[in-house]
Design a protein around this ligand. Structure first.
Ligand SMILES: [Zn+2]
Length: 153
């Protein structure tokens, strides 16, 4: 990725400052940048890397929100945890429980905020949507003709 050089350093620099995201500019202005991305191996590799990063961030933050939700569900439904807190750790059950619940709620709120920030600040939604559309096209191409004609109705 770093070995090949950019074919047009000015355009490459502009693209780098946008994190190789040209989805926000008008289609007429986009043409030059799309052409450069098609010609320049370095910039197209970097664009792929950054979109992969955005996708990974979106997946990680949504997973983290899910795990905090799971922790809350566990706290609500598992009584042995209270036994551990009370008898083994010698903690007051109510304060222990409240501490864990507030930690889980804070974690859940933080994860949701992080997830929303990723979705609004990066082109992750269109990137992930593009991947989903691509997969759907591949699956549809593999479907037998009989099934495809059914789907078109
Ligand atoms: Zn370039």
């Amino acid at each position: 990725m770093a070995k090949t050089r950019c074919t047009d350093r000015v355009v490459g620099g502009i693209l780098a400052s946008w994190r190789y995201d040209i989805s926000g500019i008008s289609p007429e202005m986009r043409k030059d940048y799309e052409q450069h991305l098609a010609e320049c191996a370095r910039c197209s590799a970097r664009q792929k890397f950054h979109r992969g990063l955005d996708g990974a961030l979106a997946v990680l933050t949504s997973l983290s929100a899910f795990f905090f939700l799971f922790a809350l569900a566990v706290l609500r439904h598992i009584k042995p945890l209270e036994h551990v807190a009370f008898n083994i750790l010698g903690l007051d059950t109510v304060s222990m429980y409240e501490m864990l619940v507030s930690a889980a709620v804070a974690g859940l709120c933080f994860s949701i905020i992080a997830f929303l920030l990723v979705l609004t600040a990066t082109p992750a939604p269109s990137y992930l949507g593009g991947i989903a559309a691509e997969r759907a096209r591949i699956i549809e191409a593999r479907l037998p003709q009989a099934l495809r004609s059914l789907r078109l109705r």
